[in-house]
Design a protein around this ligand. Sequence first.
Ligand SMILES: [Zn+2]
Ligand SMILES: [Zn+2]
Length: 186
Amino acid sequence: MVSDDAPKTHDELLSRAASYAATVDVDLDRSAVDWEVSTRAKRRAGACLYDRRTGDVTIRLTWDAYRAYGWERFTEVIRHELIHAWEYRRFGESNHGPRFRRKARELDASVRCPRFSEGRLRLVCADDGCSWTAERHRASKAVTRPERRRCGSCRSPYEVEHVATGLTWRTNAGYRRARKRIGDEW
Ligand SMILES: [Zn+2]
Ligand SMILES: [Zn+2]
């Protein structure tokens, strides 16, 4: 998973991330970006924090996500968070709107905040107050016909998320549309 020249410690990951970031084609003052490693984040592969007062940006990289992805794939997380950093510094706000999507296409980064998990598919309870999720690897009935099943904890409907693309659906029709869009990346 982690090849020989890949970062092996938190410090190595931080310095590699910073030097990689310098090669990414985004109009951003790299000295305004702080890098840190999170060992606690469970689902977000990275995060970008903005201090409105000082204008400083912190990009937080999730260690477990790096271990799961390996360096090559993890660079996509870095590109994604750099787009947030660029938007914050330049526009004072950041979301996943049209401006973000254009930049993400340019930089070959995902539009959704990258999540990590072992499974290809994730079931997520639709009730905001419920934290139930489950992982699936195959297109079982729970994945293709979610409308017939319920959250394993509170019995609310749930949403299926295709982890790699971030596409979600709650019905069989939604599944079929998503499957078509995902195509070979399934
Ligand atoms: Zn994001
Ligand atoms: Zn629930």
